[in-house]
Design a protein. Structure first.
Lengths: 294, 317
């Protein structure tokens, strides 16, 4: 197969221009190429300038909404690492970890059952789960507020469990697909060695499905880390509030301190970016089953 | 014993199950139990409960907070006479279909196509930035877009509008743009993969047939990436419906209700005006609307795809 580095260029196809004569139109492409790159550069600017402002404001003593040359300082980062702000980050971590466990462990068990067992109306159940993964979770806030409120559970851990459940359908889907990709022969070999289901799950399935499980877990974590409405409504104690509520506090202040809010946003976003980089590394290192099965 | 289990399992997954042996494994019930319990109590139950609460006079505080009752169609009658609801519905469609589904998908496709033949370093940089915008938490996106779109911010400056407060002048446009900005990295990724999968022979053949760039786009590329367009439109719609945080943090539904999309209106009715029952009903409208839009897109795709094979065949000949 010939790959075509520049699809608009007939010359690179190795066509004989004289043979095809005037029928093959070969316009000049330098102009086209410059235009393309210039347009992409403008797109890049649309992405980079807002982010540049975020970084600039976080290290600028006189930070405003304007993008300007910073009067360098680290004061904003000192301000946002005060105990109350750090506690909000700790709450974010706690609520996200709770949600990740609540979503991922049941997903592994159910994903295995859906992948390997015969289950009545499996197709219908999987369709329902796919549908659930698309339901906008904000619409469940009022009923969940009623339920948790009546049980006196308007606090951090129940909210984490609820947010975990909202991520469960999508996690289940990712993990089921990861388990589907594992050859059945490996499990059969383990069964011949008289391994039971728990051993097979722990020793064979989970290690082999790890990239998929990690991707699902990261989704669960990030999904909760970024959620704002659920903690706003479902957590009553102010010392249990996670970071997005602090950002809301910053933004609804009478005088918005742009430097502090930018620094806090960076600190708050860093774990998500790190997790994304980690997950892309997991996927790049790949998932090699070659040689495991003949 | 172990061997017969394996044989049994193999039969189960095969096309011809053995009818004389048990086909269900008791272990599947154990494995499915945690998921069933969690989804049942904290997902399906709340959705069902929301439909019930939507038809009650539940209040956040006061007498009706505890002793609320089923009021039948009273809330629906109120909904139909609520001018703010219809305004909010129109804004939601603008935000979800315009700023979400269409703008993000088109932006993602344009980015992917521009990147296809760009200078490698520029391509890598723009790709990484678009993905960064996509993975940032919604609260951060709200902070950034709030700052850059108000008076003196980067965007009015880029557009040569100087001191204009764009967020105040065009609130709906700005929040929709922020939403598309934060979503289009995902659709860019999807389109980049889809464009790579188009066999280069088809493009080469088209070039030999003297097809113009426009013809190649409409007759070959677009039909070939049609499934991806569909997936992208659906995903962007659902993600935009969920994007309460962005709008709420940037504008709070204002100024004077100009960005009062349904998720925000539902929250405001429930927790600011204390009408939890009516707020739940507005939430139910969102579920119905999301489902209807999803079905409409899928049906539209089915209808359109009748002509697609012809277009593909035409492109191939």
């Amino acid at each position: 197969m010939t790959t075509l580095p520049s699809q608009t260029s007939g010359v690179r196809l190795g066509l004989d221009r004289t043979k095809f004569g005037p029928e093959v139109r070969i316009p000049s492409f330098t102009g086209d190429k410059v235009l393309r790159n210039a347009l992409l550069f403008v797109c890049g600017a649309v992405f980079v300038l807002p982010l540049l402002w975020l970084i600039e404001a976080s290290i600028d003593a006189g930070a405003t909404r304007r993008l300007q040359f910073p009067d360098l300082t680290l004061d904003h980062f000192v301000t946002v690492t005060q105990p109350d702000k750090m506690m909000a980050l700790g709450n974010s971590l706690l609520i996200s970890l709770v949600a990740t466990f609540v979503a991922t462990i049941p997903s592994i068990l159910a994903g295995y059952a859906f992948s390997r067992h015969h289950i009545p109306v499996k197709g219908g159940v999987l369709m329902l789960i796919l549908f659930l993964s698309g339901v906008p979770i904000n619409i469940m806030i009022i009923p969940v507020y009623q339920i948790l409120g009546s049980l006196n559970l308007l606090s951090l851990i129940p909210t984490g469990i609820f947010l975990g459940v909202t991520a469960l359908p999508f996690e289940l889907y990712i993990i089921k697909n990861a388990i589907d990709a594992i050859p059945l022969d490996l499990e059969e070999a383990a069964r011949i060695e008289r391994a039971n289901t728990a051993q097979i799950l722990w020793r064979v399935v989970i290690p082999l499905a790890m990239p998929g499980i990690a991707a699902a877990a990261i989704f669960g974590f990030v999904n909760t880390w970024g959620n704002f409405l659920a903690p706003l409504v479902l957590i009553s104690a102010s010392n249990e509030q996670p970071s997005p509520i602090k950002i809301f506090g910053f933004m609804s202040a009478d005088i918005i301190r742009y430097g502090d809010i930018a620094a806090y946003s960076i600190v708050y976003s860093a774990p998500v970016v790190a997790l994304y980089l980690l997950s892309s590394r997991i996927f790049r290192s790949g998932f090699v089953l070659g040689g495991a099965v003949r | 014993v172990a061997r017969s289990d394996i044989v049994e399992q193999k039969k189960e997954s095969g096309p011809m199950p053995r009818l004389d042996r048990r086909r269900y494994n008791w272990e599947s019930a154990v494995l499915l139990l945690p998921t069933a319990l969690l989804l049942g109590t904290l997902f399906l139950l709340p959705i069902g409960y929301a439909f019930y609460l939507g038809l009650t006079n539940l209040q956040l505080i006061g007498a009706n907070a505890v002793h609320y009752r089923f009021t039948g169609l009273v809330n629906i009658w109120r909904l139909l006479r609520d001018a703010e609801f219809f305004h909010s519905l129109a804004l939601t469609l603008y935000f979800v279909v315009g700023g979400g589904a269409l703008a993000s998908t088109v932006a993602g496709l344009v980015l992917a196509m521009l990147m296809e033949r760009a200078i490698p370093s520029l391509r890598a940089a723009v790709g990484a930035l678009a993905m960064l915008a996509c993975i940032l938490p919604p609260a951060t996106v709200a902070v950034v877009w709030f700052a850059v779109s108000t008076a003196g911010g980067v965007i009015p400056w880029m557009l040569g509008m100087g001191q204009a407060d764009l967020l105040y002048a065009q609130p709906m446009l700005v929040v929709s743009a922020a939403n598309a900005w934060s979503l289009c990295g995902l659709s860019m990724l999807m389109f980049a993969a889809a464009l790579k999968n188009i066999p280069s022979e088809m493009i080469e053949a088209a070039i030999l047939e003297n097809a113009s760039a426009r013809q190649r786009f409409w007759r070959i590329i677009l039909p070939m990436i049609r499934p991806t367009i569909m997936t992208s439109v659906l995903m962007m719609t659902l993600l935009s419906f969920g994007n309460f945080t962005l709008v709420f943090l940037m504008t709070g539904g204002g100024p004077s209700g100009q960005t009062n999309i349904l998720p925000v209106y539902s929250y405001v009715q429930g927790f600011t005006f204390h009408n939890l029952g009516y707020g739940a009903l507005l939430g139910n409208v969102i579920v119905v609307l999301a489902s209807l839009l999803g079905i409409a897109f899928v049906l539209g795709d089915r209808l359109g795809s009748r002509t697609a094979p012809a277009a593909k065949a035409l492109a191939l000949t």
